[in-house]
Write a protein that binds this ligand. Structure first.
Ligand SMILES: NC(=O)c1ccc[n+]([C@@H]2O[C@H](COP(=O)([O-])OP(=O)(O)OC[C@H]3O[C@@H](n4cnc5c(N)ncnc54)[C@H](O)[C@@H]3O)[C@@H](O)[C@H]2O)c1
Length: 436
């Protein structure tokens, strides 16, 4: 079979680069691997993998035998015919935890030096893990004035020990960039794998890699802390987590995974407090679970600061309960927010379609009256009243489509603390705009 007409250069033949080079060659692309380490280059040229990774040596051997893969220590040779240059050099930790970019800077300088001697366009695809902003601040400036070079971010998600399988059956393919043609060009290389690539902005692509690794680390730590607590309580932690995972609606799902407002209500804060307290009585440290409530307080503080920063004096708050479609006010973060706003001298009016002071009773009524005794004077009976009075709106609950349109159509500026529940150019979303 004739190889694809795309020539790929892979800079760095370490775990990521060598696996990428061999796998791309197995997709019938012509690949040249570039590494400053002559031992790795010789190893690949001899048809051997430079390190152990299941399935890699067979792929390298086959690619060399079919003339689809070659290797060199020369950046100039590597870049000579390439349409796409994947950058897979190391980005090790510095002592302070910061990311070391010396390998990246050097390889980019080398490529930039040889680019003027080429005629055809080049897409530089950054596969190394780099902090958001690195492509814009480090890579793009190196190619300033070289209009036939485009830069995309194409982070790698494969795991050592299963790297070949992860490449061929990827959990996620992400390509980010400002040049749509370059993004599509790189995304198309993965077409034989049968996955739909996520095409995003340059910074989003860089950030996704960190978000994924942070999520995985958090999941592992969560399971381990639940396991440790279960063990102390004489409960089978494996059975607990297996059962937790059986819920694919709320637990193993997209639920609760959108940046938005702080959580509250009569269950989450109470149950987390009890869990953390009982663990501490057994001298069991559970730093992740202990940090959930303080983390929530910080999210509320950011929201309050965002509202206090609004230029308006009269703030109309849409929502009072801790979430939409309930009249439960217990531990609603909106109530704390109102206390702060009033304390700072802001004029506030509130509308919540499910809250009528004369209809709520018991602990629910006590909670709100203890927190804000004059809440009755702040509550509007209709959305229109709030819209007429306010200079700026703050949305703290998800809105249905009709109400959302009324809010956006009223002409007032809106701060959406829920994140993405309203879509309008006049709407600020705290998580993306108001708070940097
Ligand atoms: N290892 C993983 O499981 C994994 C998973 C996903 C992402 N990543 C990321 O991928 C990147 C590479 O990781 P790795 O584990 O393959 O690193 P590695 O240290 O194994 O390999 C890096 C290679 O780059 C080569 N190199 C350095 N400067 C060069 C230059 N100027 N020209 C050519 N080659 C050069 C080095 O000689 C080395 O062989 C890192 O940013 C890492 O965070 C790693």
């Amino acid at each position: 079979m004739k190889p694809e007409s795309v020539d790929v250069a892979v800079f760095g033949l370490g775990y990521i680069g060598c696996v990428s080079a061999a796998c791309l060659a197995s997709l019938r692309l012509r690949v040249i691997g570039v590494d400053r380490d002559a031992h790795k280059v010789e190893s690949v040229l001899g048809g051997h993998a430079p390190f152990y990774e299941p399935g890699l040596k067979e792929l390298v051997r086959a690619a060399i035998d079919q003339d689809l893969l070659t290797a060199t220590t020369s950046a100039e040779e590597g870049i000579r015919h390439a349409d796409v240059a994947f950058i897979c050099v190391g980005t090790p930790s510095e002592r302070n935890g910061n990311l070391g970019l010396s390998q990246l800077r050097r390889v980019i300088e080398e490529i930039a030096q040889y680019v003027p001697s080429r005629k055809k366009p080049l897409v530089v695809a950054i596969r190394s893990t780099v902090f958001p902003g690195t492509c814009e601040e480090v890579v793009l400036p190196a190619f300033a004035g070289q209009s036939h070079v485009s830069v995309v971010s194409n982070p790698e998600f494969l795991r050592e020990g299963a790297a070949v399988r992860d490449f061929m059956e990827p959990p996620l393919v992400v390509v980010g960039g400002n040049d749509g043609d370059a993004v599509k060009r790189v995304a198309n290389l993965y077409a034989p794998l049968g996955v739909t690539p996520c095409l995003v902005s340059l910074r989003t692509a860089e950030m996704i890699k960190y978000a994924c690794n942070a999520f995985h680390a958090t999941k592992i730590s969560f399971a381990n802390e639940i396991g440790a607590l279960s063990q102390r309580l004489g409960v089978d932690g494996q059975e607990v987590m297996k059962t937790l995972c059986a819920d694919e609606k709320l637990n193993i799902s997209t639920a609760y995974l959108k940046p938005g407002f702080a959580f509250g209500g009569s269950c989450l804060p109470k149950d987390l407090r009890a869990l953390v307290y009982r663990a501490s009585r057994m001298d069991l440290n559970l730093p992740l679970l202990e940090s959930a409530l303080p983390s929530n307080e910080q999210q509320l503080k950011r929201a309050i600061d965002a509202v206090l920063d609004l230029p308006a004096q009269r703030i109309g708050v849409i929502g009072l309960a801790f979430k939409e479609d309930t009249d439960d006010l217990r531990e609603s973060p909106v109530v704390s927010m109102l206390e702060h706003l009033i304390g700072k001298g802001r004029e506030v009016r509130v509308f919540d379609p499910h809250i009528r002071l004369d209809a709520i009773y018991g602990s629910n009524r006590n909670f709100i009256l203890d927190s804000i005794p004059h809440i009755g004077r702040l509550l509007d009976n209709s959305l229109e009243e709030t819209l007429r009075w306010a200079q700026h709106l703050v949305v703290v609950q998800k809105q249905d489509a009709v109400t959302g349109e009324r809010i956006q159509g009223c002409g007032l500026p809106v701060l959406d603390l829920v994140g993405g529940s309203l879509r309008s150019s006049a709407t600020e979303h705290m998580t993306s705009q108001t708070i940097a």
